[in-house]
Design a protein around this ligand. Structure first.
Ligand code: FAD
Ligand code: DHB
Length: 393
């Protein structure tokens, strides 16, 4: 292939879904991914889908298995000082979330892309972007020892936080806002039925813990950990002992020592690079922004970004090249950033309220006060619930 309309860099949820949405608009794409298809399909990450995300996946034609296998949750719980407080998402907002792993979303999208005969190159090495600020954008890469170059109209940088797309934009053309948190999350995946019915976000004396799930027989659990710690220092026994302690109560007591299928540590970070457009290059998903995982927003934001981007590209192709087409393209960054910053605020707020921070007594008293206010005020619960289920797209 020497030319396509849109080159998509990165086969995470952002890149794969963008390809699917553009395909539905009759726009051709080439997808370039650094890793193998097996590696991409096997990565364990997020697990909670907002209703808006489910709508976009339906619109993209990839929601059949999601509806058959996804678990609909009408509430979440917050554990604090030995008690659990339920936030009734359904009663407070009329909406629910769906528990369906990112691995499953990825698999559905990969299968749809293959079925539609759209071109994907996995294990594409040395992907490089050329003339993104000019009129002849091109992407070069090496595959099985052969160097290729493809000309295109647009490039979608969906290559995650460590990708090359964001770094292809001159530093003076990007404004970066960042917050790094002084801890990480240690996550474990295990085949055992969850001892809980809904997700529990626990703020405990020992630090944060999250009890999540992937199916009626598979759990996903996290504990806040030190950034200096390595996975090898956490045997399954140590993990479960810590998790039980932090979860506490009768539910904690019912958690077995299940062997882990996967165990990893992720640092926590808030990050936004803006605007999301530089010439013919657009950034979407983790390539442009990171949220700490506490609000379950990372995957959902990747989905809303590419939904907006697919509309902007569609609208620009409907115009003759010129000012109106440019305005359609510029609309993407403005629309997406509005939602991104709201999710950044909510994820920062959830992180702030639920973790142990090195701080003084004042910070700690404020955290307690904020949580007590949340448990007692319906207004505060509505605010949390409407953000958790996701603000409208
Ligand atoms: P990614 O999924 O990162 O996809 C980017 C793709 O680009 C990757 O496949 C990568 O291999 C590819 N790529 C990178 N560089 C290049 C290159 N040079 N050339 C070609 N391809 C390239 N969110 C939650 O809500 N809950 C969680 O528990 C959670 N856990 C996470 C754990 C980890 C370790 C990470 C990294 C993220 C986690 N997230 C979580 C966030 C969520 O998974 C992401 O927000 C989501 O994956 C973003 O999708 P994306 O497509 O933008 O980026
Ligand atoms: C999961 C991850 C999250 O970050 C979150 O807030 C809720 C659930 C999960 O992996 O299941």
């Amino acid at each position: 292939m020497k030319r396509t309309q849109v080159v998509i860099v990165g086969a995470g949820p952002a890149g794969l879904l963008l390809g699917q949405l553009l395909h539905r608009e009759g726009i051709d794409t080439l997808l370039l991914e650094r890793r193998s298809a097996e590696y991409v399909a096997g990565r364990i990450r997020a697990g909670v889908l907002e209703p808006g995300t489910v709508n976009v996946l339906e619109h993209a034609g990839v929601a059949t298995r999601l509806h058959a296998e996804g678990l609909v949750h009408e509430g979440v719980e917050i554990g604090f000082r030995g008690r659990r407080h339920r936030i009734d998402l359904k009663a407070l907002t009329g909406k629910s979330v769906t528990v369906y792993g990112q691995t499953e979303v990825t698999r559905d999208l990969m299968e749809a892309r293959a079925a539609a005969g759209m071109l994907s190159v996995y294990e594409a090495e040395d992907v490089a972007l050329h003339d993104v600020g000019g009129n002849t954008p091109r992407v070069s890469f090496r595959h099985q020892g052969v160097v290729h170059e493809v000309a295109c109209d647009f490039i979608a940088g969906c290559d995650g936080f460590h990708g090359i797309s964001r770094r292809s934009i001159p530093a003076e053309s990007l404004s970066v806002s960042e917050r790094v948190y002084p801890f990480g999350w240690l996550g474990v995946l295990a085949d055992t039925p969850p001892a809980w019915h809904e997700l529990i976000y626990a703020n405990s004396e020992q630090g944060f813990a999250l009890a999540s799930m992937r199916s009626p027989t598979r759990v996903r659990c996290y504990v806040q950990c030190d950034l200096t710690e390595r996975v090898e220092q956490w045997s399954d026994e140590r993990f479960w002992a810590e998790f039980r302690l932090r979860l506490g109560g009768e539910i904690g007591a019912r958690v077995p020592d299940a062997p882990s299928i996967e165990k990893s540590i992720a640092p926590l970070r808030s990050f936004v690079a803006e605007p999301l457009r530089f010439g013919r290059l657009f950034l979407a998903g983790d390539a442009a922004h990171i949220v700490p995982p506490t609000g379950a927003k990372g995957l959902n934001l990747a989905v809303s970004d590419v939904f907006y981007l697919s509309e902007a590209l569609r609208d620009s192709y409907r115009e003759v090249p010129g000012e109106r087409a440019e305005r359609a393209l510029d609309a993407y960054s403005t629309r997406a950033l509005r939602r991104i910053w709201r999710a950044e605020r909510f994820s920062w707020w959830m992180t702030r309220q639920l973790h142990r921070f090195p701080g003084d007594a004042f910070d700690s008293r404020l955290q307690h006060t904020e949580l007590e206010y949340l448990f007692e005020s319906r207004a505060a619960q509505v605010s949390m619930a409407e953000n958790y289920v996701g603000l409208p797209l």
